[in-house]
Design a protein around this ligand. Structure first.
Ligand code: EPZ
Length: 420
């Protein structure tokens, strides 16, 4: 296995172009199961997770290839409707093949996704939604076995203990587009990636209104045809690069970003004293002097994204003052706290809160990545720390950031790979 080594203390300067959004492309690739026609998906990042989803599509009978950011999907042979454990267990998002398989074939056998370090990751809302559409659901030996004589539109409240669910909204939407009659999803997830999925489904002939708001209305149709679609930029990668500029006291022009997708992050950074200039699809982040500590609560979109919580913790670790970070989506999403403390951060965990006492500077150290966004947080900390940081298990980083080290190197970072 490789580890990433960073010599910290260098101000990052220059331009970076953001890749397509991982959390949009995964459900959109799954949505190609809803038609036998060919589909072309552009702006696809070359990531572990996108390649895992391509493998799953192939295991379900599709022909799919990623070349120069473009995935072309077509139907090879009769689709089988079994998504097996060995693939689903490597990537939880594969559970979003359930909805399209049910929508198109009225049956599906999908392995229950494992939990992961950020939380138990239940699927009760997914099952509640498809049952409401008339599906018979059994859970046997780690598989969800679903079948329906006919899918009928229904009014479904999909809010859970922690608010709306992104992939549950995706799954229910992809089952409902081919159901008979009207479906209303109440307390739907409003994330831009859910909106992007809906846009792709509409291009395939689906009738959807209200996507991007808490109430989505779907009028079932009989058939969906192939379509081509370009994935929206990855707002979490963009946010991570914005923090890279601030934590290294640098100056980065971030291209291919929709700032309207980053309202909560921009609001908190401006509250902390950061100044940035924005156009339709660029954000120029320049360090303009010491920031002040702020508090963060993660919430469903448009609230502060949980996927930026760990990265923000790195920035607050070197910002004078006390910052309280409260994780309301995944209360256990704090594996990065111990690793940051190894770098001389001063962070105390109290249940769903992390109390961060900002330090003058962090010191480089050997640390271990535990999940995708924790690995991004450790990269940011390493870029700012004095001395050398080595991050092991960086396959976590490769799941969701395309060519991260090349992008950082081009911005002046001293970053390289070594064998573990
Ligand atoms: C999506 O996961 C993202 N993944 C996650 O990004 C992201 O952190 C999460 O949404 C929240 O924004 C993809 O889109 C592939 P949820 P998802 O269902 O859909 C609870 C990353 O780093 N819940 O919106 O699986 C759940 O436990 C990843 O890119 C239920 O209770 O998350 C959590 O507390 C990590 N029952 C909350 O809802 C359910 O049936 C939100 O989870 C489903 C979820």
């Amino acid at each position: 296995m490789d580890k990433l080594v960073i010599e910290g203390g260098i101000k990052l300067k220059g331009e970076v172009t953001i890749s397509g959004a991982k959390n949009a492309v995964l459900p959109i690739l799954a949505a190609t199961l809803l038609t036998d026609d060919a589909c072309i998906i552009k702006g696809v990042p070359d990531l572990r997770d996108t390649n895992t989803m391509i493998k799953i599509l192939r295991s379900l009978g599709k022909d799919a290839d990623l070349e120069n950011g473009i995935v072309s999907v077509s139907s090879l042979k009769k689709t089988n409707c079994v998504a097996d454990y060995k693939l689903v267990s490597t990537m939880r998002a594969s559970f979003c093949v359930l909805g399209p398989l049910l929508g198109k074939f009225k049956k599906a056998k999908v392995s229950l996704p494992g939990g992961c370090v950020i939380g138990v990751r239940p699927v009760d809302l997914h099952l509640k939604g498809i049952r409401a559409l008339g599906t018979e659901v059994n859970v046997e030996s780690g598989y969800v076995i679903a079948k329906a004589k006919e899918l009928k539109g229904s009014h479904i409240y999909l809010g859970g203990v922690y608010g709306s669910s992104v992939l549950a909204t995706d799954n229910v939407m992809m089952a409902a587009v081919l159901a008979s009659g009207k479906t209303v999803i109440e307390s739907a997830a409003c994330e831009p990636e859910v909106e992007d999925l809906a846009e792709f489904l509409i291009k395939m002939g689906a009738k959807i209104k209200g996507h991007g708001t808490p109430i989505i209305e779907i009028e079932g149709v009989r058939h969906l045809h192939g379509a081509s679609h370009t994935i929206i930029p990855d707002r979490i990668e963009a946010g991570t690069m914005m923090l890279a500029a601030l934590i290294t006291r640098g100056n980065i022009l971030i291209k291919n970003v929709f700032y309207k997708h980053l309202g909560a992050l921009i609001d908190r950074l401006e509250e902390a004293g950061a100044l940035m200039t924005k156009t339709e699809n660029t954000i120029h982040m320049r360090y303009r002097g010491q920031l002040k500590a702020i508090n963060i609560n993660t919430l469903p979109y448009p609230g502060f994204p949980t996927d930026m919580q760990a990265q923000m913790m790195s920035l607050m670790s070197v910002t004078p003052g006390i910052s309280v970070i409260t994780e309301k989506i995944y209360p256990d999403r704090f594996m990065h706290v111990a690793e940051l403390n190894r770098m001389d951060a001063r962070i105390q965990r109290e249940g769903p809160h992390a109390i961060v006492e900002g330090r003058e500077e962090l010191s480089g150290a050997p640390v271990m990545a535990s999940d995708l966004r924790a690995s991004a947080c450790l990269v940011l900390a390493g870029l700012a720390a004095k001395g050398k940081t080595s991050i092991s298990r960086i396959y976590h980083l490769e799941r969701g950031y395309e060519n991260m080290e090349e992008k950082l190197e081009k911005l002046g970072a001293k970053i390289w790979r070594e064998k573990e």
